[in-house]
Design a binder for this molecule. Sequence first.
Ligand SMILES: Cc1cc2nc3c(=O)[nH]c(=O)nc-3n(C[C@H](O)[C@H](O)[C@H](O)COP(=O)(O)OP(=O)(O)OC[C@H]3O[C@@H](n4cnc5c(N)ncnc54)[C@H](O)[C@@H]3O)c2cc1C
Length: 399
Amino acid sequence: MDVVVIGAGQAGSSLVVKLRALGYDGDVTLIGDEPVPPYQRPPLSKAYLLGKMGVERLFLRPEAYYSDHKITLRMGTPVTRIDAATKTVFLGDEALAYDQLALTTGAEPRQLPAAIGGQLEGVYAVRRLSDIDTMAAEFTEGRRVLIVGGGYIGLEAAAVAAQKGLQVTVLEAAPRILGRVASPETADFMRDLHTSHGVTIREGVGLTRLIGDSRVTGAELADGSTMQVDFVIAGIGINPAAALAEAAGLTMENGISVDDQGRTSDPAIWSAGDCASFVYKGARIRLESVQNAIDQAEAVAANMLGAGKAYAPMPWFWSDQYDVKLQIAGLNTGYDRIVTRVSGTARSHWYFKGDSFLAVDAMNDPRAYMVGKRMLEQGITPDPTALENPETELKTLLK
Ligand SMILES: Cc1cc2nc3c(=O)[nH]c(=O)nc-3n(C[C@H](O)[C@H](O)[C@H](O)COP(=O)(O)OP(=O)(O)OC[C@H]3O[C@@H](n4cnc5c(N)ncnc54)[C@H](O)[C@@H]3O)c2cc1C
């Protein structure tokens, strides 16, 4: 059996490594369009952008790992087409046959439209190593950066810029930052954190257009005001990289639609990671996180080999901003009650819907995160009153 994996990122790399770990010894080819071995993206907007992490530490495994394990790693080679009928992928003119194919193509950052200046020089996305390497020179003290989008990526970039002494403005068109991904309480905490570091956060104000001839020099906002900027970072979300799959005729629904085993509408094609949507608690979702990329890809590897096991995601996420580590376990969608626990500098927000415990956001509180995660795994709902009381030893609530 020949296995081909398209997309040499977190999910693609986890998939091929798992295939070997499970004892599969057939041909495996991992194809990526970036010119470097698979790497982790989270540090791109954190330690790497801050200049506190070398590039080699980004790589998930040394390049030699792949050859040592007889995995053919093709870098800098975009797959241009899939012919599902003949089970062939094309890299330009080159054709490669497969028995089983996996699509781990990730996501593409949404761009600011060219009509409002999105193509001007000095406007950056935060997705690829090359994005960071090109924008790094802009991060010098005193310069003015406008960050469009108050999600995690935008806020992490804001934290790095503030720490490097830049003048930082974050623009969020929605009524508040982190609107899509965190509760108002967690957003309030993050807003205060940024404000205390001198970042200006403007919420409920959209961008009308960027100003500049060839390079961006300013921005006009929806409230009619203008501001001068030296450069711009767009952190306005991502779209699943699904064009290849769509052209191959696979079923699409919020990305590449897969079943509970990670199989697409074509029985010989699988998908995992940011590009794949699956049913979770009755809704078709995509999870844009490292943990999901790893776990789903490993499930696909096992299922390619016939395990027949359903993927049961355990959503968790983290974000580092300044000296705060935010860790999230579960998804708080639909919560109707929030319990706040504060103990010294540790803080956590616990989400409930009726009698069920849904998720926890832990800020500099690894214990709350660990215990909350275990509760979710074991289906335990903690007593809110005990939870709120900082005297309660969290572990006792696991019983
Ligand atoms: C700056 C940043 C910070 C993040 N921080 C966190 C965090 O703190 N915590 C967290 O959990 N998650 C974080 N994430 C999200 C996390 O990195 C992603 O969820 C994860 O990388 C998804 O893995 P993936 O393999 O699905 O996609 P990717 O890692 O994006 O890999 C997909 C690869 O496929 C390639 N590809 C696409 N099309 C083709 C083609 N036709 N041919 C060949 N190759 C192709 C892409 O170029 C890419 O290299 C962050 C992401 C970014 C960008």
